[in-house]
Structure formats: C-alpha cells, structure tokens
Design a protein around this ligand. Structure first.
Ligand SMILES: [Zn+2]
Length: 83
C-alpha cells in the first residue's frame, strides 16, 4: 500500500515536471508565431511616372498638379513633356 502511494506521488511529480518542461519548451519555440523583428506587411504604395522625365516615384513623394504627376516641384514647374 505504501509503495502504491509512493508510485502515485512519483507519477504526479513526473506529470507536473513534464508539464513544466513542455510549457517552457513551447514558450521557447513559440516566438516564431509572432517574432518582434518581423514587421507587419506594409501597404503597397502607388508608384506613378513623372509627366516630365518619366521617373517612377511613389505617389506620396511626388507632386500632383492639373491631373498630372511630377517627381518634384522643379519638374512640375517645367511642365509635362510633349509626346
Ligand atoms: Zn521628373
């Protein structure tokens, strides 16, 4: 009877020890789920050609005037090239 109790205690101890160890192990492997160094996917930005030189520039970095897109205020001043 005493051996049975000891056996049960050992079983319970092993169970909690394994739970503790697997818990630590899963936490060690879990960072792959949400690694802090991986940035969230950025929104694709529209890239437009300059009406003066044809350079492809992100829409947020260029200048838009009279329905035309320019890479810089300088090219906006020069105006569109005629094709
Ligand atoms: Zn330009």
């Amino acid at each position: 009877m005493r051996n049975l109790l000891l056996f049960l205690l050992i079983l319970i101890g092993v169970y909690y020890l394994r739970r503790l160890l697997t818990g630590d192990r899963s936490e060690g492997a879990a960072p792959g789920q949400a690694p802090p160094d991986v940035a969230p996917p950025r929104e694709a930005e529209l890239v437009l050609p300059c009406a003066q030189c044809g350079l492809l520039v992100p829409a947020s970095e260029g200048v838009e005037a009279q329905g035309l897109f320019f890479c810089s205020p300088e090219h906006q001043r020069l105006g569109p090239t005629r094709q």
